[in-house]
Design a protein around this ligand. Structure first.
Ligand code: AKG
Ligand code: FE2
Length: 421
Protein backbone atom coordinates (compact mmCIF):
# COMPACT_ATOMS: atom_id res chain seq x y z
CA UNK A 1 0.00 0.00 0.00
CA UNK A 2 1.18 3.50 -0.72
CA UNK A 3 -0.25 6.89 0.14
CA UNK A 4 -2.51 7.02 -2.90
CA UNK A 5 -3.93 3.56 -2.26
CA UNK A 6 -4.43 4.38 1.38
CA UNK A 7 -6.35 7.52 0.53
CA UNK A 8 -8.37 5.75 -2.15
CA UNK A 9 -9.30 3.05 0.37
CA UNK A 10 -10.47 5.58 2.92
CA UNK A 11 -12.33 7.55 0.29
CA UNK A 12 -14.11 4.44 -0.90
CA UNK A 13 -15.19 3.86 2.69
CA UNK A 14 -16.63 7.32 3.06
CA UNK A 15 -14.17 8.29 5.77
CA UNK A 16 -13.41 11.96 5.91
CA UNK A 17 -11.05 11.40 3.04
CA UNK A 18 -10.78 15.09 2.31
CA UNK A 19 -9.49 15.70 5.81
CA UNK A 20 -7.14 12.75 5.64
CA UNK A 21 -5.82 13.73 2.29
CA UNK A 22 -5.20 17.34 3.35
CA UNK A 23 -3.23 16.01 6.26
CA UNK A 24 -1.23 13.29 4.66
CA UNK A 25 -0.23 15.31 1.65
CA UNK A 26 1.86 17.41 3.99
CA UNK A 27 4.77 15.22 5.14
CA UNK A 28 5.02 17.27 8.33
CA UNK A 29 1.74 15.84 9.60
CA UNK A 30 3.33 12.79 11.13
CA UNK A 31 5.28 14.90 13.59
CA UNK A 32 2.45 17.19 14.57
CA UNK A 33 0.26 15.97 17.46
CA UNK A 34 -2.90 17.77 16.31
CA UNK A 35 -2.60 16.45 12.78
CA UNK A 36 -1.91 12.93 14.01
CA UNK A 37 -5.02 13.01 16.19
CA UNK A 38 -7.16 14.52 13.42
CA UNK A 39 -5.94 11.93 10.98
CA UNK A 40 -6.75 9.08 13.37
CA UNK A 41 -10.20 10.53 14.05
CA UNK A 42 -10.92 11.05 10.37
CA UNK A 43 -9.88 7.54 9.40
CA UNK A 44 -12.27 6.00 11.93
CA UNK A 45 -15.25 8.27 11.28
CA UNK A 46 -18.40 6.20 10.73
CA UNK A 47 -16.40 2.99 10.94
CA UNK A 48 -19.31 1.30 12.65
CA UNK A 49 -21.22 1.43 9.38
CA UNK A 50 -18.71 -0.79 7.64
CA UNK A 51 -19.40 -4.44 7.09
CA UNK A 52 -16.66 -7.01 7.70
CA UNK A 53 -14.69 -6.68 4.44
CA UNK A 54 -14.88 -2.90 4.54
CA UNK A 55 -13.68 -2.92 8.13
CA UNK A 56 -10.76 -5.06 7.09
CA UNK A 57 -9.84 -2.64 4.32
CA UNK A 58 -10.12 0.29 6.70
CA UNK A 59 -8.00 -1.51 9.26
CA UNK A 60 -5.27 -2.00 6.70
CA UNK A 61 -5.32 1.66 5.78
CA UNK A 62 -5.28 2.66 9.45
CA UNK A 63 -2.40 0.37 10.17
CA UNK A 64 -0.40 1.68 7.27
CA UNK A 65 -0.98 5.26 8.37
CA UNK A 66 -0.05 4.46 11.94
CA UNK A 67 3.31 3.16 10.83
CA UNK A 68 4.03 6.59 9.36
CA UNK A 69 3.31 8.43 12.58
CA UNK A 70 6.34 9.65 14.45
CA UNK A 71 6.95 6.96 17.13
CA UNK A 72 6.62 9.41 20.01
CA UNK A 73 3.13 10.35 18.78
CA UNK A 74 1.83 6.81 18.38
CA UNK A 75 0.18 6.99 21.78
CA UNK A 76 -1.85 9.98 20.56
CA UNK A 77 -2.85 8.03 17.49
CA UNK A 78 -3.82 4.99 19.55
CA UNK A 79 -5.78 7.07 22.02
CA UNK A 80 -7.86 8.56 19.20
CA UNK A 81 -8.49 5.18 17.65
CA UNK A 82 -9.52 3.88 21.07
CA UNK A 83 -11.95 6.75 21.51
CA UNK A 84 -13.46 5.91 18.15
CA UNK A 85 -13.67 2.31 19.23
CA UNK A 86 -15.55 3.21 22.41
CA UNK A 87 -18.03 5.17 20.33
CA UNK A 88 -18.39 2.31 17.94
CA UNK A 89 -19.03 -0.26 20.60
CA UNK A 90 -21.39 1.72 22.77
CA UNK A 91 -23.57 3.57 20.29
CA UNK A 92 -27.22 2.47 20.16
CA UNK A 93 -26.78 1.23 16.60
CA UNK A 94 -24.95 -1.70 18.08
CA UNK A 95 -28.11 -3.41 19.16
CA UNK A 96 -28.78 -4.10 15.49
CA UNK A 97 -25.32 -5.46 14.96
CA UNK A 98 -24.19 -9.02 15.13
CA UNK A 99 -21.42 -10.45 17.23
CA UNK A 100 -19.42 -10.67 14.02
CA UNK A 101 -19.73 -6.94 13.50
CA UNK A 102 -18.56 -6.37 17.03
CA UNK A 103 -15.62 -8.68 16.55
CA UNK A 104 -14.82 -6.77 13.38
CA UNK A 105 -14.62 -3.61 15.46
CA UNK A 106 -12.25 -5.22 17.87
CA UNK A 107 -10.05 -6.47 15.10
CA UNK A 108 -10.11 -3.12 13.44
CA UNK A 109 -9.03 -1.40 16.57
CA UNK A 110 -6.34 -3.88 17.41
CA UNK A 111 -4.99 -3.96 13.91
CA UNK A 112 -5.16 -0.26 13.31
CA UNK A 113 -3.38 0.59 16.53
CA UNK A 114 -0.64 -1.81 15.59
CA UNK A 115 -1.06 -3.76 18.80
CA UNK A 116 -1.33 -6.89 16.72
CA UNK A 117 1.46 -8.58 14.80
CA UNK A 118 1.82 -12.15 13.66
CA UNK A 119 2.56 -14.55 16.45
CA UNK A 120 2.46 -18.13 17.49
CA UNK A 121 -0.33 -20.02 19.10
CA UNK A 122 -0.52 -22.49 21.87
CA UNK A 123 -1.74 -25.85 20.59
CA UNK A 124 -1.25 -27.77 23.74
CA UNK A 125 -3.83 -26.61 26.23
CA UNK A 126 -5.44 -29.83 27.38
CA UNK A 127 -8.35 -28.48 29.42
CA UNK A 128 -11.86 -28.54 28.07
CA UNK A 129 -13.35 -25.69 29.96
CA UNK A 130 -16.83 -26.22 28.61
CA UNK A 131 -17.13 -29.66 30.13
CA UNK A 132 -16.84 -28.18 33.57
CA UNK A 133 -18.72 -24.96 33.03
CA UNK A 134 -21.37 -26.09 30.57
CA UNK A 135 -25.03 -26.56 31.44
CA UNK A 136 -24.39 -29.89 33.11
CA UNK A 137 -21.25 -28.71 34.87
CA UNK A 138 -20.69 -27.40 38.34
CA UNK A 139 -21.77 -23.91 37.52
CA UNK A 140 -25.12 -24.37 35.90
CA UNK A 141 -26.79 -22.18 38.50
CA UNK A 142 -24.58 -19.19 37.79
CA UNK A 143 -26.16 -16.52 35.61
CA UNK A 144 -24.85 -17.35 32.19
CA UNK A 145 -24.19 -14.20 30.18
CA UNK A 146 -22.91 -16.08 27.15
CA UNK A 147 -23.36 -19.73 26.30
CA UNK A 148 -20.34 -20.36 24.10
CA UNK A 149 -17.84 -19.47 25.26
CA UNK A 150 -19.46 -19.70 28.68
CA UNK A 151 -19.30 -16.45 30.64
CA UNK A 152 -20.89 -16.41 34.08
CA UNK A 153 -21.91 -13.78 36.58
CA UNK A 154 -21.72 -15.22 40.08
CA UNK A 155 -23.52 -13.01 42.57
CA UNK A 156 -22.29 -12.91 46.17
CA UNK A 157 -19.17 -14.84 45.33
CA UNK A 158 -17.65 -13.49 48.53
CA UNK A 159 -19.45 -12.57 51.74
CA UNK A 160 -19.93 -8.95 52.82
CA UNK A 161 -17.35 -9.37 55.57
CA UNK A 162 -14.78 -10.92 53.20
CA UNK A 163 -15.31 -8.06 50.79
CA UNK A 164 -14.94 -5.46 53.54
CA UNK A 165 -11.73 -7.10 54.72
CA UNK A 166 -10.31 -6.99 51.17
CA UNK A 167 -11.26 -3.35 50.70
CA UNK A 168 -9.77 -2.43 54.04
CA UNK A 169 -6.54 -4.15 53.10
CA UNK A 170 -6.53 -2.41 49.71
CA UNK A 171 -7.04 1.00 51.30
CA UNK A 172 -3.71 0.63 53.10
CA UNK A 173 -1.84 -1.20 50.32
CA UNK A 174 0.59 0.39 47.94
CA UNK A 175 -0.64 0.48 44.35
CA UNK A 176 1.56 0.95 41.28
CA UNK A 177 0.80 1.60 37.61
CA UNK A 178 -0.67 -1.63 36.21
CA UNK A 179 1.30 -3.54 33.63
CA UNK A 180 0.37 -5.65 30.64
CA UNK A 181 1.45 -9.12 29.50
CA UNK A 182 1.37 -10.31 33.06
CA UNK A 183 4.32 -8.18 34.02
CA UNK A 184 6.58 -11.08 33.15
CA UNK A 185 8.35 -10.02 29.99
CA UNK A 186 11.12 -7.48 29.85
CA UNK A 187 8.94 -5.46 27.49
CA UNK A 188 5.95 -5.80 29.74
CA UNK A 189 5.18 -2.17 29.64
CA UNK A 190 3.56 0.52 31.64
CA UNK A 191 1.05 0.73 28.90
CA UNK A 192 -1.25 3.50 27.77
CA UNK A 193 -3.74 0.72 27.10
CA UNK A 194 -3.90 -0.04 30.83
CA UNK A 195 -3.92 3.05 32.99
CA UNK A 196 -5.17 1.65 36.29
CA UNK A 197 -3.03 0.98 39.34
CA UNK A 198 -2.73 -2.47 40.85
CA UNK A 199 -1.22 -4.43 43.66
CA UNK A 200 -0.26 -8.10 43.96
CA UNK A 201 -1.50 -10.04 46.96
CA UNK A 202 0.98 -12.65 48.20
CA UNK A 203 -0.49 -15.89 49.49
CA UNK A 204 -1.19 -15.75 53.24
CA UNK A 205 -1.93 -12.02 53.25
CA UNK A 206 -5.51 -12.37 54.40
CA UNK A 207 -7.76 -15.43 54.89
CA UNK A 208 -10.39 -13.81 52.65
CA UNK A 209 -7.98 -13.62 49.70
CA UNK A 210 -6.76 -17.18 50.16
CA UNK A 211 -10.34 -18.42 50.36
CA UNK A 212 -11.16 -16.55 47.16
CA UNK A 213 -8.30 -18.20 45.27
CA UNK A 214 -9.31 -21.62 46.53
CA UNK A 215 -13.01 -21.11 45.72
CA UNK A 216 -12.25 -19.85 42.22
CA UNK A 217 -9.90 -22.72 41.37
CA UNK A 218 -12.28 -25.36 42.70
CA UNK A 219 -15.05 -24.07 40.43
CA UNK A 220 -13.22 -25.43 37.44
CA UNK A 221 -11.81 -28.43 39.17
CA UNK A 222 -8.44 -26.83 39.83
CA UNK A 223 -6.24 -26.31 42.88
CA UNK A 224 -5.35 -23.09 44.66
CA UNK A 225 -1.76 -23.62 43.52
CA UNK A 226 -2.90 -23.02 39.97
CA UNK A 227 -3.96 -19.48 40.86
CA UNK A 228 -1.46 -16.69 40.31
CA UNK A 229 -0.98 -14.33 43.23
CA UNK A 230 -4.20 -12.35 43.25
CA UNK A 231 -4.11 -8.87 41.83
CA UNK A 232 -6.23 -6.02 43.19
CA UNK A 233 -6.91 -3.35 40.56
CA UNK A 234 -8.04 0.21 41.21
CA UNK A 235 -9.46 2.59 38.58
CA UNK A 236 -10.33 6.25 39.03
CA UNK A 237 -10.32 9.50 37.06
CA UNK A 238 -10.97 7.98 33.63
CA UNK A 239 -8.57 5.05 34.07
CA UNK A 240 -9.27 2.00 31.93
CA UNK A 241 -7.93 -1.21 30.46
CA UNK A 242 -8.41 -1.37 26.70
CA UNK A 243 -9.38 -4.48 24.76
CA UNK A 244 -7.02 -7.34 25.53
CA UNK A 245 -6.90 -11.07 26.17
CA UNK A 246 -5.85 -12.50 29.52
CA UNK A 247 -4.03 -15.49 28.01
CA UNK A 248 -1.53 -13.43 26.06
CA UNK A 249 -0.86 -10.89 23.39
CA UNK A 250 -3.31 -10.57 20.51
CA UNK A 251 -1.52 -10.40 17.18
CA UNK A 252 -2.71 -8.78 13.92
CA UNK A 253 -3.59 -12.12 12.43
CA UNK A 254 -5.96 -12.62 15.35
CA UNK A 255 -3.55 -15.17 16.83
CA UNK A 256 -3.06 -14.92 20.54
CA UNK A 257 0.50 -15.45 21.61
CA UNK A 258 0.36 -17.08 25.00
CA UNK A 259 2.28 -15.40 27.76
CA UNK A 260 3.16 -17.99 30.40
CA UNK A 261 1.86 -19.16 32.73
CA UNK A 262 -1.13 -20.28 30.68
CA UNK A 263 -4.25 -18.66 32.08
CA UNK A 264 -7.06 -21.12 31.45
CA UNK A 265 -9.71 -18.97 33.03
CA UNK A 266 -10.22 -15.63 34.71
CA UNK A 267 -12.45 -14.84 37.65
CA UNK A 268 -12.84 -11.11 38.14
CA UNK A 269 -14.32 -10.19 41.51
CA UNK A 270 -15.90 -6.76 41.85
CA UNK A 271 -15.28 -5.17 45.24
CA UNK A 272 -17.31 -2.04 44.46
CA UNK A 273 -20.43 -1.22 42.45
CA UNK A 274 -21.01 1.37 39.76
CA UNK A 275 -24.62 2.25 38.92
CA UNK A 276 -26.20 3.41 35.73
CA UNK A 277 -26.64 6.83 37.39
CA UNK A 278 -22.89 7.21 37.24
CA UNK A 279 -22.75 6.93 33.44
CA UNK A 280 -21.72 10.00 31.53
CA UNK A 281 -23.95 11.73 29.00
CA UNK A 282 -22.61 9.59 26.20
CA UNK A 283 -24.25 6.54 27.71
CA UNK A 284 -21.01 4.56 27.91
CA UNK A 285 -21.42 2.09 30.81
CA UNK A 286 -19.09 3.56 33.41
CA UNK A 287 -16.39 1.12 34.44
CA UNK A 288 -18.17 -1.86 32.89
CA UNK A 289 -16.32 -5.00 31.88
CA UNK A 290 -17.08 -5.31 28.16
CA UNK A 291 -16.70 -8.33 25.89
CA UNK A 292 -17.30 -6.74 22.48
CA UNK A 293 -17.56 -9.99 20.55
CA UNK A 294 -20.10 -11.39 22.98
CA UNK A 295 -21.98 -8.13 23.39
CA UNK A 296 -21.63 -8.25 27.14
CA UNK A 297 -21.21 -5.08 29.20
CA UNK A 298 -21.27 -5.99 32.88
CA UNK A 299 -21.34 -3.16 35.39
CA UNK A 300 -19.25 -3.65 38.50
CA UNK A 301 -21.43 -5.15 41.22
CA UNK A 302 -19.91 -5.45 44.69
CA UNK A 303 -19.37 -9.06 45.70
CA UNK A 304 -20.21 -10.47 42.26
CA UNK A 305 -17.66 -12.22 40.06
CA UNK A 306 -17.38 -12.66 36.32
CA UNK A 307 -15.95 -15.99 35.26
CA UNK A 308 -14.85 -16.80 31.74
CA UNK A 309 -12.54 -19.19 29.91
CA UNK A 310 -9.53 -17.86 28.09
CA UNK A 311 -9.35 -20.98 25.96
CA UNK A 312 -11.88 -22.44 23.56
CA UNK A 313 -13.17 -25.98 23.39
CA UNK A 314 -10.25 -26.78 21.11
CA UNK A 315 -7.90 -25.89 23.92
CA UNK A 316 -6.60 -22.82 22.14
CA UNK A 317 -6.83 -19.21 23.29
CA UNK A 318 -10.28 -17.97 22.39
CA UNK A 319 -10.39 -14.53 20.77
CA UNK A 320 -14.04 -14.18 21.65
CA UNK A 321 -13.10 -13.51 25.25
CA UNK A 322 -11.18 -10.37 24.36
CA UNK A 323 -12.48 -7.82 26.86
CA UNK A 324 -11.81 -4.46 28.40
CA UNK A 325 -12.49 -2.38 31.50
CA UNK A 326 -14.30 0.80 30.44
CA UNK A 327 -12.99 4.12 31.76
CA UNK A 328 -14.08 4.83 35.34
CA UNK A 329 -15.32 8.35 35.92
CA UNK A 330 -16.49 10.10 39.06
CA UNK A 331 -16.00 7.12 41.31
CA UNK A 332 -13.44 4.47 42.23
CA UNK A 333 -13.60 0.87 41.07
CA UNK A 334 -11.84 -1.94 42.90
CA UNK A 335 -11.70 -5.45 41.50
CA UNK A 336 -9.63 -8.58 42.07
CA UNK A 337 -8.12 -10.58 39.22
CA UNK A 338 -8.04 -14.30 39.88
CA UNK A 339 -6.12 -15.95 37.06
CA UNK A 340 -6.39 -19.72 37.04
CA UNK A 341 -3.53 -21.35 35.19
CA UNK A 342 -2.93 -24.70 33.52
CA UNK A 343 0.16 -25.32 35.62
CA UNK A 344 0.94 -24.82 39.29
CA UNK A 345 2.27 -21.40 40.06
CA UNK A 346 2.12 -22.12 43.76
CA UNK A 347 3.38 -19.75 46.37
CA UNK A 348 6.35 -18.71 44.31
CA UNK A 349 4.40 -16.32 42.17
CA UNK A 350 4.76 -15.66 38.49
CA UNK A 351 7.99 -13.73 38.70
CA UNK A 352 9.93 -16.73 39.90
CA UNK A 353 8.64 -19.19 37.32
CA UNK A 354 11.19 -20.54 34.92
CA UNK A 355 9.67 -18.83 31.91
CA UNK A 356 12.26 -20.15 29.51
CA UNK A 357 11.36 -23.70 30.48
CA UNK A 358 7.68 -22.95 30.02
CA UNK A 359 8.28 -21.42 26.62
CA UNK A 360 10.16 -24.50 25.50
CA UNK A 361 7.60 -26.85 27.01
CA UNK A 362 4.64 -25.21 25.29
CA UNK A 363 6.35 -24.23 22.10
CA UNK A 364 5.86 -20.54 22.79
CA UNK A 365 8.14 -18.46 20.65
CA UNK A 366 9.09 -21.54 18.67
CA UNK A 367 7.65 -21.35 15.18
CA UNK A 368 8.44 -24.99 14.41
CA UNK A 369 6.40 -26.16 17.37
CA UNK A 370 3.43 -24.00 16.51
CA UNK A 371 2.82 -24.27 12.81
CA UNK A 372 -0.97 -23.92 12.80
CA UNK A 373 -2.18 -20.35 12.91
CA UNK A 374 -4.99 -19.64 15.32
CA UNK A 375 -7.96 -18.40 13.33
CA UNK A 376 -9.02 -14.83 13.98
CA UNK A 377 -12.19 -14.42 16.07
CA UNK A 378 -14.08 -13.54 12.92
CA UNK A 379 -12.56 -14.43 9.59
CA UNK A 380 -12.54 -11.32 7.47
CA UNK A 381 -12.80 -11.82 3.75
CA UNK A 382 -9.84 -10.40 1.89
CA UNK A 383 -10.62 -7.17 0.14
CA UNK A 384 -8.90 -6.15 -3.03
CA UNK A 385 -7.48 -2.70 -2.39
CA UNK A 386 -9.13 -0.10 -4.58
CA UNK A 387 -7.20 0.67 -7.72
CA UNK A 388 -4.97 3.68 -7.22
CA UNK A 389 -6.17 6.77 -9.00
CA UNK A 390 -4.68 7.49 -12.40
CA UNK A 391 -2.45 10.21 -10.97
CA UNK A 392 -0.96 7.66 -8.63
CA UNK A 393 1.79 8.68 -6.24
CA UNK A 394 5.28 7.64 -7.09
CA UNK A 395 5.71 6.43 -3.54
CA UNK A 396 7.84 3.36 -3.27
CA UNK A 397 6.59 2.30 0.13
CA UNK A 398 5.67 -1.32 -0.05
CA UNK A 399 5.57 -2.19 3.61
CA UNK A 400 2.15 -3.58 4.11
CA UNK A 401 1.36 -4.38 7.63
CA UNK A 402 2.46 -6.32 10.56
CA UNK A 403 6.11 -6.29 9.84
CA UNK A 404 6.14 -2.56 10.25
CA UNK A 405 7.67 -1.49 13.48
CA UNK A 406 9.16 1.63 14.87
CA UNK A 407 12.39 0.66 13.21
CA UNK A 408 10.71 0.40 9.85
CA UNK A 409 9.24 3.85 9.98
CA UNK A 410 11.04 6.01 7.51
CA UNK A 411 13.01 8.88 8.94
CA UNK A 412 11.17 12.14 9.34
CA UNK A 413 12.35 13.33 5.96
CA UNK A 414 10.83 10.37 4.08
CA UNK A 415 8.53 11.41 1.30
CA UNK A 416 5.76 8.81 1.26
CA UNK A 417 3.12 11.46 1.50
CA UNK A 418 4.39 13.97 -0.90
CA UNK A 419 1.72 15.06 -3.30
CA UNK A 420 1.61 13.25 -6.60
CA UNK A 421 3.15 15.11 -9.48
O1 AKG B 1 -11.51 -4.04 35.18
C1 AKG B 1 -12.10 -4.76 34.37
O2 AKG B 1 -13.30 -4.68 34.19
C2 AKG B 1 -11.30 -5.71 33.57
C3 AKG B 1 -9.95 -5.99 34.15
C4 AKG B 1 -9.18 -6.92 33.32
O3 AKG B 1 -9.62 -7.38 32.32
C5 AKG B 1 -7.82 -7.31 33.72
O4 AKG B 1 -7.27 -6.73 34.65
O5 AKG B 1 -7.25 -8.21 33.06
FE1 FE2 C 1 -8.41 -8.93 31.52
Amino acid sequence: MDAAQCLATLKALGADAAVVSDIVMDPAWRRDPDSVRSCAAATTTNAFRDDGPRRAARARACQWLRAKVSPDLRKDWDAMIQLGQNDVVETPQRSEETAEDAAGDVLMQLVSTGSLVDGEMDQTLPERFGEVLGPSGKLSQGRQLAREPPVYLLEDFVSASERQAMLQWAAAASFAHSRIDGGVYADSARSQARTSTSCAVPRGTLPAFDALAERAASLIGGRANQVEPLQVVRYEGGQRFDNHHDAGTVRPSGAIQVVPPRRIATLLLFLTSIDEDDDDDEGVPNGATVFPSLQIAQRPKAGAALLWPNIGLDGRPDGRTIHRGNPVRGTVKYAVNVWICAEDVGDRGVQSLDLEKLRVKYGIGNAAAAPVPFPPPVPLAPVAPPAPPASSSSSSSSSSSSSESDDDVPPAAATDFEAPD
